[in-house]
Design a protein around this ligand. Structure first.
Ligand code: TTP
Ligand code: MG
Length: 366
């Protein structure tokens, strides 16, 4: 039986959540910002609604640039409110999960649903299911989404991206090659700017053109893993299963410092606040941990981290603070540039109670 996989991506998600709770925003350009705190204009755009996108505002753009583009356009600039978006996301994911044989959430606003069994692998059945899902998400949560259906995860994801917002694209097994042929090679999931640039330099811009290149030549040009990905993707081949991800592989938080620094005494209070928060979140879940990491993003944007793993899992804020102190010292010693952002991550979890035999059992029983 053919697999039928759906990929759901919520439309302009953070901005849509804001429009939902402040309907007066709906007609205006709305920009959701991650303010770094240095000045009222420093930081990056997280996402924007479609009226703002029409002027060219997009994710990752500096806030000052978005402000310049939207000057005099009655635009709203709002700060991200992650916990609110997580609450909305959780409710929508529950709707989606209950409509899948297997479910895999891949981000705050994206999920794969394996619907092979419940549709008997029939793509018209799958289309009907997707229409129902879009309706239910809109009626119950007021949020629109774009859905792609395909015979595997690769096609499902590329299909959900095909028509946005509020789109539905069904790529049946028979139409895979025709669907892919005219698309730009950069649309292949996993192909970044660097690969795209090399491909265009050798005259390959569409997937149809890519299909004419042998596996050997692609491996020669891009190495085994990217070469094979390009070869298989150009033919729509992907056999990755849809599997539920284990929750909480790690808990982390990161902040931007008021100014770049290499001074332990200046940076450590920030780390101290972060670690209290992450350890508190682990405690709320009844989790203990073995690994503590300190992350530093330097002024040249390079990312460095130092970790320590201890024998017996623990949950003490004091012990975490002591470990972080040493890790920060090492990080400063081993790098030469100013530190711009710092973070704390804990991982390698165990459950605090003795009776559970695995983390998934513990999380599953909640
Ligand atoms: P996306 O699904 O990539 O973007 P989107 O939902 O805003 O827009 P689309 O309609 O095209 O799906 O990302 C989901 C959320 O993740 C997005 O609302 C905000 C956040 N995000 C960032 O904070 N920074 C980024 O660079 C991107 C791409 C997303
Ligand atoms: Mg989205």
């Amino acid at each position: 039986m053919a697999r039928a996989i759906a990929h759901v991506d919520l439309d302009y998600f953070f901005a849509q959540c804001e429009e939902l709770r402040k309907p007066e925003l709906k007609s205006k350009p709305v920009v959701i910002c991650v303010f770094s705190g240095r000045t009222s204009e420093s930081g990056a755009v997280s996402t924007a609604n479609y009226p703002a996108r029409e002027f060219g505002v997009k994710s990752g753009m500096p806030i000052f640039q978005a402000k310049r583009i939207l000057a005099g356009k009655d635009a709203a600039f709002l700060s991200v409110d992650k916990s609110h978006y997580e609450t909305v996301s959780e409710r929508i994911m529950a709707i989606l999960r209950s409509n899948a044989d297997n479910f895999e959430q891949v981000g705050i606003d994206e999920a794969f649903l394996d619907v092979s069994a419940r549709t008997g692998g029939d793509f018209e059945e799958a289309r009907a299911l997707a229409i129902r899902l879009k309706q239910e998400t809109r009626d119950r949560e007021g949020i629109t989404c774009s859905i792609g259906i395909g015979p595997n995860k690769l096609l499902a994801k590329m299909a959900s991206d095909h028509e946005k917002p509020d789109g539905l694209t069904v790529v049946s097994p028979e139409s895979v090659l025709d669907f892919l042929a005219p698309l730009h090679v950069g649309k292949i999931v996993g192909v970044g700017k660097k690969t795209e640039k090399i491909l265009s330099e050798i005259g390959l811009t569409t997937i149809a053109q890519l299909r004419n290149v042998s596996r050997e030549r692609l491996v020669e040009l891009f190495g085994v893993s990217m070469g094979e990905l390009l070869h298989d993707a150009s033919r729509g081949v992907d056999d990755e299963p849809v599997v539920e991800r284990q929750e909480h592989a790690q808990i982390s938080r990161i902040v931007t410092l008021k100014k770049n620094s290499r001074d332990h005494a200046e940076i450590f209070p920030e780390i101290s606040k972060l670690l209290e928060d992450v350890v508190g979140r682990a405690a709320d879940e009844g989790l203990t941990f073995k690994t503590v990491s300190v992350i530093g993003i330097l002024e040249d944007l390079s990312i460095h981290s130092r970790s320590q793993t201890v024998e017996a899992s623990f949950s003490s804020v004091e012990k975490t603070r002591e470990i972080c102190g040493t890790l920060l010292e090492n990080l400063i010693k081993d790098t030469s540039k100013g530190i711009r952002r710092v973070g704390v991550r804990i991982s390698n979890f165990a459950q605090a109670k003795q009776s559970q035999s695995s983390l998934s059992e513990f999380l599953g029983s909640k």
